[in-house]
Design a protein around this ligand. Structure first.
Ligand code: GTR
Length: 334
């Protein structure tokens, strides 16, 4: 059992225990001791950014509002923690947008393949009016969207052979994040998509249940997937950002001043996160290259883009969704 699995098992008891406490607690007790979940290890930029948000919130509330981040999936995998957040058992949560795709339709648009041209383009869109609209779209579903964090570009890695074209992926068993959009994009390439929680992927790759998966440099490195799936092809098919949300159940118990503190602390943690993110991307690349992985850098993205067009036909059907895609494409890079 690895460290992550040990932490997750001990976390299961923690959730059961704290759920009862949370449901019984008074408003004051809730406000004083918030919890947030993250699937990543303690030194990962998302974990550090939410800790920074907690520091700012504590400072701005004169010590009344504090936040503890439960890293390494101690409180469960992303789908489960989203459920806990919805019912208010967990007050905050940092996850990728993708597991929200089936819950908040607007969250699917930034997850679409090749919808962003670059990280600069993604930042310009998510920092602007469109980003604010997408954050607001979470509220009717029981979540307060607070801010987006970077997640780089997701690319395919596998243990069998270098991928240069979609044809190289034919028949490969590829783990995807739990989102129908990601299932569809992998199927569109002729591979077999297996939606699966993040914490099960390492074992899946090691035992051969999976041939590959897809992620950004820091996740490929910190999850140790690069040790068991050594071919990484930089097709950069999705720049689906991370999102930091608050439970609406917990939000509704806050005063307007407290709400303002939560919002501003989250927004103000974003530049810090981006700095850490850029540093971590470089560090992860160095580790992965140093480990002798084969990186396919010069990859013609066109055949991947062409193959993934049916994903748009299937998921971008309403006039609203089509308009949103068009507006994103029209935003200039920052
Ligand atoms: C990472 C992301 C995680 C998680 C993971 C996954 O890039 O930061 O929140 O969604 O991908 O693939 O499950």
């Amino acid at each position: 059992m690895n460290r992550r699995e040990v932490l997750r098992l001990s976390g299961a008891g923690l959730v059961a225990g704290t759920m009862g406490v949370t449901l019984l607690s008074s408003r004051a007790a809730l406000a004083a001791d918030f919890r947030s979940s993250d699937t990543h290890p303690p030194d990962y930029p998302t974990v550090k950014a939410v800790e920074e948000m907690g520091r700012l919130m504590k400072e701005r509330s004169g010590g009344k509002m504090s936040l503890q981040v439960f890293h390494s999936a101690q409180l469960g995998e992303e789908k489960d923690t989203i459920e806990q957040t919805k019912i208010g058992a967990l007050q905050f949560n940092r996850v990728n947008m993708a597991p929200f795709n089936g819950i908040v339709p607007e969250s699917g648009i930034p997850a679409l393949p090749f919808v962003f041209r670059s990280t600069q383009h993604m930042r310009a869109v998510m920092d602007g009016k469109i980003g604010d609209e997408i954050l607001a779209a979470f509220e009717p579903h029981g979540f307060i969207g607070l801010c987006f964090y970077d997640s780089g570009a997701r690319s395919f890695y596998n243990r069998l052979r270098p991928i240069h074209t979609p044809a190289d992926m034919k028949g490969m068993k590829i783990r995807v994040i739990q989102s129908d959009i990601f299932v569809a994009l992998v199927q569109a390439l002729g591979a077999n998509a297996t939606p699966m929680p993040y914490g099960e992927v390492y074992t899946g790759l090691k035992t051969g249940v999976l041939d590959g998966a897809e992620n950004n440099w820091p996740s490929y490195e910190s999850s140790h997937h690069y040790e068991v799936a050594k071919h990484y092809s930089l097709d950069q098919h999705s720049l689906s950002p991370e999102i930091f949300v608050m439970s609406k159940v917990a939000w509704d118990k806050l005063s307007s001043k407290e709400k303002e503190i939560v919002k501003s602390s989250a927004k103000d943690s974003v530049p810090y996160m981006r700095k850490l993110w850029d540093e971590r991307e470089a560090k992860s690349q160095a580790i992965i290259r140093g480990a002798g992985c084969e990186i396919v850098e010069k990859i013609d993205k066109k055949p991947f883009q062409e193959a993934m067009k049916p994903v748009y036909d299937r998921f971008v059907t309403s006039d609203k969704a089509k308009a949103l895609v068009k507006r994103i494409q029209d935003v200039a890079d920052a």
